[in-house]
Ligand binder design. Structure first.
Ligand code: ZN
Length: 268
């Protein structure tokens, strides 16, 4: 799953290419929107909301108020947006493209998007209205995020952090790394986490620092050294104490199962 910092970066890239520009060509390569044509309309904003990306397209002048569209995408596992100069050769095969948006000079291509839909901007809430406070949003609300996390004290902290209704933007990397940095195992019940407000503050700080880095890095170590303390490091030595990192599946059911990693010495 993507992390909110990746989506933030994708939005910045798309904003630089599309914002304020008139679309000269749109090509939606998903059946439900195959006949939709938004050419002639203007991109009015590009907004990340947690792990969701919203490209708002304004109505043409004669279409009236409130008739704008929002192109909603979610990267899921493999999705990526790439920007090209018009006519430039794509770096990924065309059959992986789900949507193509062109302006007079640039073309944005969404490859392998896990989700792509177009909805009236007026009903955006149906897509992102369920999200908790957005860690990278202008309206970040740490108190509300904390209250949401503590509303189910029995839930393992990693799963609580991943639930986008509690707070929006964290994926599995952050859920594991934040648990390490705060010194508790990822399966610790949320209600037993000491200083949960410091967990929320650290989540905000860590993802904010990383949104502007080309490569996510939680350890602060230089290139060539591990970027993560525990995520994906099963069997490797803990960077702090040398103990072998352990991993296990957490949660039940197809949508609520996650891999977790931890250091049995550093995390209690
Ligand atoms: Zn350790």
């Amino acid at each position: 799953m993507p992390e909110g910092d990746s989506v933030y970066k994708a939005a910045a890239k798309l904003r630089a290419a599309l914002d304020g520009q008139i679309l000269t060509r749109t090509d939606f390569r998903v059946p439900a929107f195959a006949t939709l044509d938004l050419s002639g309309q203007t991109v009015t904003s590009v907004v990340p909301r947690g792990k969701h990306l919203l490209i708002r397209v304004g109505a043409s002048a004669d279409a009236g108020e409130g008739s704008g569209h929002t192109i909603h995408s979610h990267l899921k596992m493999e999705g990526v947006w790439q920007i090209y100069a018009n006519g430039e050769r794509w770096r990924k095969p065309a059959y992986l493209a789900r949507v193509v948006l062109s302006t007079a000079s640039k073309t944005a291509v969404g490859f392998e998007l896990g989700l792509l839909e177009v909805v009236p901007t007026a009903s955006e809430d149906s897509i992102v209205g369920h999200l908790g406070p957005d860690l990278l949003g202008p309206d970040w609300d740490a108190d509300l995020a904390l209250a949401n996390l503590l509303s189910d004290p029995a839930r393992p902290v990693a799963l609580a952090l991943l639930d986008q209704r509690n707070l929006a933007g964290l994926g599995n990397v952050y859920a594991n790394e934040l648990s390490f940095l705060r010194g508790f195992r990822p399966d610790t019940p949320m209600g037993e986490v000491t200083d949960p407000e410091r967990l929320v503050a650290l989540a905000h700080k860590a993802i904010t620092v990383n949104r502007d880095r080309p490569t996510r890095n939680l350890t602060g170590l230089p290139r060539g050294k591990p970027r993560y303390w525990v995520h994906g490091r099963r069997g490797d030595a803990c960077l702090r104490c040398g103990t072998h990192i352990e991993s296990a599946q957490l949660g039940t059911g197809p949508t609520d199962t996650r891999f977790t990693w931890w250091c049995p010495s550093c995390q209690k």
